[in-house]
Ligand binder design. Structure first.
Ligand SMILES: [Zn+2]
Ligand SMILES: [Zn+2]
Length: 273
């Protein structure tokens, strides 16, 4: 299987990093994990698009992870020659979120229905709300969800994708917790959204410092990785975005607890799992 890092940014706008989104290609399936700022543009950069997705998985409903979900939905609807339901899996609350997104889009939907003779269906969406367990199984691809801890954002889930004996964890925003440990146990690749505590603490702005208590730090990511004996750690959604040339400092902090390879994701980076 392959993971394409579509967006490796965080809420902080960054010209070189789109919002959190990852495309996993496993067997015949294209699976999208989160749909942050610029996701459809980055999918085009990766040579694909919303029409081809088997399913969208949301880790949680924070805006940085969902900003451009509406673009995934609209683009798939308008570009599909036949009715092509968008299947969405996410934590409890996702169905309401999707419903409200459709309400937001209702003006646009009515314009396009009025204009195109051959388009006579509204955007079809099917939502699965999940808290844990096997949430997708097809053609030898299995996706398992576990609850994570991003309080007060609740509920949230992380995912583990398995295909042909290989495993990939997309943790989402979370502090270390039992659900995350279960996802990571023996995983080949562990992708963690991460912040660097010393840098965040150095910014004299309480609203920024508040983010420390609900994200994994670099050190915690190393501890989770070591506990799960994972193969490779990939850091994404770095807060704040690393200054060019400082990447080795981030990696060294993960390596305090974990002595395997650590990679810092860039937009459109492709990793074979
Ligand atoms: Zn979040
Ligand atoms: Zn986030």
């Amino acid at each position: 299987m392959e993971i394409v890092f579509l967006g490796t940014g965080s809420p902080i706008p960054d010209a070189n990093r789109a919002g959190p989104a990852m495309l996993v290609k496993a067997g015949p399936h294209h699976l999208l994990f989160d749909a942050g700022r610029g996701v459809v543009m980055r999918m085009a950069g990766a040579g694909t698009g919303p029409v081809l997705l088997s399913r969208v998985f949301l880790t949680h409903l924070h805006s940085d992870h969902t900003t451009d979900f509406n673009d995934v939905l609209t683009t798939r609807w308008v570009m599909s020659p036949i009715e092509n339901p968008l299947k969405v899996t996410g934590p409890v609350g996702t169905a309401g979120y999707v419903e409200r997104t459709l309400a937001m889009l209702s003006d646009d939907v009515s314009y396009r229905l009025a204009h195109h003779e051959d388009l006579n269906w509204s955007p079809p969406v099917e939502v699965d709300e999940v808290g844990g367990g096997v949430v997708f199984e097809a053609d030898g691809v299995t996706v398992i969800a576990e609850p994570t801890d991003h309080a007060p954002v609740h509920p949230t889930v992380g995912y583990r994708i398995e295909h042909e004996g290989r495993s990939l964890v997309i943790a989402g925003d979370t502090v270390p917790c039992e659900g995350l440990d279960r996802l990571c146990a023996g995983a080949d690749v562990y992708v963690q959204t991460v912040l660097r505590r010393s840098l965040v603490e150095s910014v004299p702005m309480q609203r920024f410092i508040d983010t420390i208590d609900y994200h994994s730090t670099t050190f915690q990511t190393g501890e989770t990785a070591a506990k799960g004996s994972v193969g490779t750690v990939v850091l994404t959604h770095m807060v704040p975005g690393p200054f060019p040339g400082s990447e080795h400092e981030w990696i060294a902090e993960v390596n305090e607890a974990f002595d395997g390879p650590v990679v810092i994701a860039e937009d459109l980076m492709v990793l074979e799992v």
